[in-house]
Design a binder for this molecule. Structure first.
Ligand SMILES: [Cu+2]
Length: 271
């Protein structure tokens, strides 16, 4: 299924879950690519183990019904070394790529292009940009059905129910973005599955993460820490645009958020 949908004559990539999806969402950042690789590698190890355990159980049950006299082995050095060594080898082979990915996730490779501060509230997000000459912040609330016409977000494939917001977090594509996450009230969770991003928003504490998105588009996530009555209704939407569009948006956003979003949504190029 294609993840590109038309918005104002231009095709947009949309990072969102699909119906009956069991696999992970398509990775959009280098961090998520590593996570997907680890998962595939772990599955390669897990399925033979599962098969071995199931076959052994069936074999033992079958054997027991035919021969109820269970063998009484008290000591077997080779057997003991084998069943210690094999799990140790399996676990260390999983451990090494996991730590590598964790280290990569924790360290920013380059100086960030911009830093965005995300503050969670019951039950919406606030995005703050502190760039030279451009210091402003705005709230991002879930898009309600009656607001779809007003915000020109009637396409449900692009702006899915319960995931679309009135104003997205806007970041330039192909740049390292540092994200600082905190909360104003209770603990929330800032999570975007296709970015491999999940950071707790804790009052009085700043957690940091970084993303580098290659494909321009809209990526959806949700609050992932139960935070009260409307926890299910505080989605996260991140709009990734080209550097030029981001500059245009930045210039306008400080004074008029609506015109800033209109400006970056009217493009004829397929990106
Ligand atoms: Cu929350």
């Amino acid at each position: 299924m294609s993840s590109y949908f038309k918005d104002n004559k231009a095709f947009m990539f949309v990072g969102k879950p699909s119906n009956w999806q069991t696999s992970l969402q398509r990775s959009a950042t280098p961090i998520m690519k590593q996570i997907v690789q680890i998962m595939s590698f772990t599955n390669v190890l897990l399925f033979p183990i599962l098969l071995f355990v199931v076959i052994t159980i069936i074999f033992l049950c079958y054997n027991y019904t035919n021969n109820p006299n269970v063998s009484q082995i008290n000591e077997n050095l080779i057997l003991e070394i084998t069943w210690i060594l094999i799990p140790v080898l399996i676990l260390s082979s999983i451990c090494s790529p996991s730590f590598k990915a964790l280290k990569y996730q924790m360290s920013q490779k380059k100086l960030p292009h911009i830093t965005v501060k995300v503050t969670a509230h019951q039950w919406y997000w606030n995005y703050e940009y502190s760039l030279v000459g451009n210091k402003f912040n705005y709230n991002s609330n879930m898009l309600k059905q009656h607001q779809r016409l007003e915000y020109k977000k009637t396409n449900l494939k692009l702006y899915p129910e319960l995931l679309a917001t009135d104003y997205e977090l806007v970041v330039p594509a192909r740049r390292v973005i540092r994200i600082l996450v905190t909360s104003d009230d209770v603990i929330h969770g800032f999570a975007v599955p296709s970015f491999g991003l999940k950071t707790d928003a804790i009052p009085g504490k700043l957690n940091d993460a970084w993303i580098k998105v290659n494909t321009p588009g809209i990526y959806y996530g949700q609050c992932s820490e139960f935070c009260g009555k409307d926890h299910a209704f505080m989605p996260i939407a991140i709009r990734t645009v080209s550097q030029e569009k981001f500059n245009t948006w930045l210039k306008l956003a400080k004074n008029n958020l609506d015109s800033a979003f209109n400006a970056i949504r009217h493009g004829k190029q397929i990106q």
